[in-house]
Ligand binder design. Structure first.
Ligand code: NAP
Length: 299
């Protein structure tokens, strides 16, 4: 249980509801900031303003999956008021407190570093990334179905990158009966892709592999679907880029060639906010429990 642990959530979307629910079930003391329009009531939960004084007794500060923007703005769908996280807020936290988010921008990293407060980026954690790959793959599938006039079954699909997202997506596509080619750069990934029944190739051969493709899913967070590659893609093909912004596709050139290319960020929060929220909630509780145990043992 998280009895006696003080947590504040600042802003967010539908995913945070699951986080609030879990903290409440675990008996944490929860403060919500930027949730003025939230109707649901949970026990042990109060609403506050974005006042540095609220931060002084916290054990954990939970920010939305995207953290802040480049100027400290925190998005919230539960309030019409804008919220900005500043140095004053972070430096009011006790030194043992941690800041949790999905992915942090340089602004937040700098703020936490200046105040010597530990920042945890949940989407960097292997288990979270693997769990998240499930709604991501389902979201990618949704995008593919919405934007094609053919079935996934029997289609020529290509997944670029065989990391946590690529592996799950390739498996899901194959499960639906697609022919799946997987672009990798490491020998061990080539071997694993072959073992899993995909058709692997080395990513430096990408331009030679795309001539007969229906769907390209990119998970590599660097420019990979270049103009040279796009020049070889048939006009019917669709590129769905899952890599974090700005993606790994030359969107300008794709548009020029009339090839539909879509940057599709934040799919778990779009297609399965409840599941995505539970993934975050379970991980947060586990991490905070571990921290509390360590702190209490040290006292
Ligand atoms: P990951 O496990 O690190 O996988 C990334 C893959 O890209 C790895 O196979 C890696 O190969 C490969 N790669 C990286 N740089 C490369 C390069 N220069 N050339 C060739 N291959 C390269 O990451 P992930 O968890 O799968 O996430 C992938 C991307 O999707 C990230 O940008 C993440 O933020 C994003 N994402 C988006 C959504 C969404 O909703 N759209 C959801 C989850 C994640 P090596 O293993 O050889 O390094």
């Amino acid at each position: 249980m998280l009895t006696g642990i003080q947590v504040a959530l600042v802003g967010g979307d539908a995913r945070q509801i699951e986080v609030i629910r879990k903290f409440s079930e675990m008996d944490a003391t929860v403060t919500l900031i930027g949730f003025d329009n939230l109707q649901s009531s949970f026990s042990g939960v109060t609403k506050e303003e974005m006042d540095p004084k609220v931060f002084m007794n916290l054990d954990a500060l939970v920010l939305p999956p995207v953290g802040t923007d480049d100027a400290g703005g925190v998005e919230t769908i539960f309030s019409s008021q804008s919220i900005r996280l500043t140095e004053e807020h972070i430096s009011s936290l006790p030194k043992h407190a941690k800041v949790y988010t999905g992915m942090a921008k340089p602004y937040l990293i700098q703020l936490c570093s200046n105040a010597q407060i530990e920042l945890v980026e949940l989407f960097d954690l292997d288990d979270v990334a693997i769990y998240n790959s499930i709604p991501t793959a389902e979201g990618a599938l949704m995008m593919a179905i919405q934007n094609t006039d053919i079935t996934i079954h029997g289609s020529e699909c290509m997944v670029l990158g065989m990391g946590r997202t690529g592996k799950t997506l390739a498996r899901v596509l194959k499960g639906l009966g697609a022919h799946v080619r997987v672009g990798v750069r490491r020998k061990e990934h080539f071997a694993r892709a072959w073992e899993m029944g995909f058709d692997p190739f080395y990513i430096d051969q990408l331009a030679l592999e795309v001539s007969n493709i229906d769907l390209i899913f990119n998970t590599i967070p660097t420019m990979i679907v270049t103009a040279q590659v796009i020049a070889q893609i048939p006009p019917r093909a669709i590129i769905i880029d899952l890599a974090s912004k700005p993606g790994g596709t030359d969107f300008r050139f794709a548009e020029k060639r009339g090839i539909k290319s879509i940057l599709a960020p934040g799919l778990p929060g779009i297609v399965a906010p409840k599941t995505a929220g539970r993934i975050i909630a379970n991980t947060l509780c586990q991490l905070i429990l571990e921290d509390t145990g360590k702190r209490r043992n040290a006292e």
